[in-house]
Design a protein around this ligand. Structure first.
Ligand SMILES: *Cc1c(COP(=O)(O)O)cnc(C)c1O
Length: 551
């Protein structure tokens, strides 16, 4: 969208500009830093009000369209003098908060972001008040050890090594049990980086890939190229990793999945053999514990066995499904995770922590040394500076939330949350099975559910399994339209994805509605309300079927 100069609205808080003397500006700016907060006596109360209002909303979002929204944010001038805080907050409230997504809404069940426990907000205030930089000891003294402890707690939950192991490594500057990152993407990239540097490390007079680069490393070890192998449902962070690590997206080998979205083990084994034949260095084999798309769980024990036989780094992407480790009832679904050389888990998904928390765990405490960097002003060898074995540099003290979550929710608390999500998913699956309007597209493994709406004229054919490819294309269009209309109206929200399916022994792409049941506040009534909303919206869609078109 492009606007002409006249069409660009001035931000409302700048409308009444008074002439301000330069000395006043200096005074105002210094007041912004004052502890007495003269200008902001009511700001806490105001923000609390705004937050409470926001969290209390019972819709998924406002119904503003995206073009109108973009028009609000086209003024690119920096105001020359400090704006009035009250006016600025009003602007924020009317333009940004009013149209933000209510990710905590019990009827927003389409994405992996949900309501947060109440302690997160006050802790966020504390975290910004402290403003630690976790990159190094000199800017994050206690927090560096506190972060290591929190990561060790989850490491233990995954690997369950001995007391001696944890005593030796938890606060040993040579060891890295985990790396706290901004998300699963950075964690996955870091994992591939460690794996690459470890497999192409220094040997004899070769200084390793880190010092000499990929071409020299492959040459030295006698390889023709390098690969990362995993399911076709791998998260796109692995495309980023392959690109960044210099192996190219072609080096990312994507193996087909079965109808339950699990990687085909036989094809995986063949891919490994093919790499050996073609003299490709396998950097890592990936197993997914909960695909982003459908929640599918790869057979981790089988993949672990293949990786072990091939002597290759085994990485489990458990960004979504990792917290299943807390559930007695469901943990077996990700059995094999404890054999992984590295594991990614997102804190901002099923650990119910705020955005910006990912984690990478290492089975072997010294492997992260393969990515270690030093800097003369800091990051000295032997120091506890966390930034020396990390992709990121300066970063906030997010460990505060992780440590608090693990303690204030506890392993049985997390178990309850995980089990509830899966129970509610079963409820929704049963509802969908019982309603002629919908078709369940796969049996849910955990708390993600794929289904679709079936227009009335085609329901009989679905029951008889007689849908043609043309029928499916029509249903695809209908569901795409339905999902967009539902999102636009904003009362409830379900996301959308594509699923390949077999139809008359032909692979076809099916548009799927995707529900994610992770919000503890979502009730069975909310689930019914979302489905009823979809039925209501569908009844307002007029879309001629292809046969009607011809007639
Ligand atoms: C969400 C997710 C990621 C990426 O994590 P971000 O936190 O979004 O960077 C990677 N893998 C899986 C399986 C995920 O679900």
């Amino acid at each position: 969208m492009t606007l002409s100069k006249q069409e660009i609205p001035t931000q409302s808080y700048l409308l009444e500009t008074e002439e301000i003397l330069h000395s006043d500006i200096e005074k105002q700016v210094m007041q912004l830093f004052s502890l007495s907060r003269i200008n902001a006596e009511n700001i806490d109360e105001l923000i609390d009000d705004i937050s409470d209002n926001f969290l209390g909303a019972d819709t998924a979002s406002s119904d503003i369209d995206l073009d109108s929204l973009a028009t609000k944010f086209c003024d690119s001038r920096v105001p020359s003098h400090p704006a009035n805080l009250d006016k600025y907050l009003e602007y924020l409230s009317d333009n940004v908060i009013a149209h933000a997504i209510h990710t905590a809404s019990p009827k927003f069940i389409g994405h992996m972001t949900s309501a947060l426990p109440y302690f997160v907000q006050p802790l966020a205030k504390l975290m910004t008040a402290m403003n630690q930089n976790s990159v190094k000891i000199e800017t994050a003294k206690s927090l560096s050890f506190y972060e290591r402890q929190a990561l060790a707690m989850l490491h233990r939950q995954i690997y369950n090594f001995s007391d001696n192991f944890y005593a030796e490594h938890i606060q040993n500057s040579q060891s890295t049990l985990g790396i706290l990152t901004s998300g699963g993407t950075t964690a996955n990239i870091t994992a591939m980086w460690c794996a690459r540097n470890a497999v192409l490390g220094a040997k004899d007079d070769f200084l390793g890939v880190e010092k000499e680069g990929l071409t020299a490393a492959l040459n030295f070890y006698g390889y023709k190229g390098a690969a990362i192998i995993g399911s076709e449902l791998m998260h796109f962070s692995f495309d980023k990793a392959a690109d960044l690590l210099g192996i190219g997206n072609r080096g990312l080998m994507k193996i087909p999945v079965d109808s339950n979205n699990r990687v085909r083990v036989r094809s995986l084994r063949q891919a490994v053999a093919k790499c050996r034949e073609q003299n490709l260095c396998i950097i890592a084999i990936i197993g997914i514990a909960g695909t982003t798309d459908s929640g599918g769980l790869d057979p981790l024990l089988d993949i672990a066995e293949i990786a072990q036989e091939a002597n290759v780094h085994f990485h489990v992407d458990a960004a979504w499904g990792g917290p299943l480790i807390f559930s007695q009832q469901h943990r077996s679904k990700i059995a094999g995770i404890e054999q992984a050389n590295s594991v990614t888990i997102d804190g901002h998904k099923q650990l119910y922590l705020p955005m910006g928390i990912g984690m990478l765990f290492m089975r072997e405490p010294y492997i992260a040394q393969s990515i270690e960097k030093q800097a003369s002003y800091t990051m000295r060898k032997g120091s506890f500076d966390l930034g020396k074995r990390a992709l990121e540099g300066s970063r906030p003290g997010m460990a505060l939330f992780l440590h608090a979550g693990l303690n204030l929710i506890g392993s049985q608390g997390y178990e309850f949350l995980i089990d509830e999500g899966i129970r509610k998913t079963q409820y929704m699956a049963n509802r969908i099975r019982s309603m002629p309007e919908f078709e369940l597209l796969a049996e849910p493994d955990t708390n993600l559910l794929l289904y679709r709406y079936i227009p009335e004229s085609l329901r009989e054919l679905v029951v008889k399994k007689q849908l043609t490819e043309t029928d499916n294309l029509f249903i695809n269009q209908f569901n795409e339209h339905l999902q967009k209309k539902q999102r636009q109206a904003g009362h409830t929200f379900i996301s959308r994805t594509m699923k390949t399916s077999n139809c008359f022994s032909q692979e076809i792409s099916i548009v799927a509605l995707r529900a994610v049941l992770a919000n503890p506040l979502t009730t069975e009534d909310d689930i019914d309300a979302v489905l009823n909303d979809q039925i209501q919206i569908a009844s307002e869609i007029y879309m001629p079927t292809s046969s009607e078109n011809v007639a």
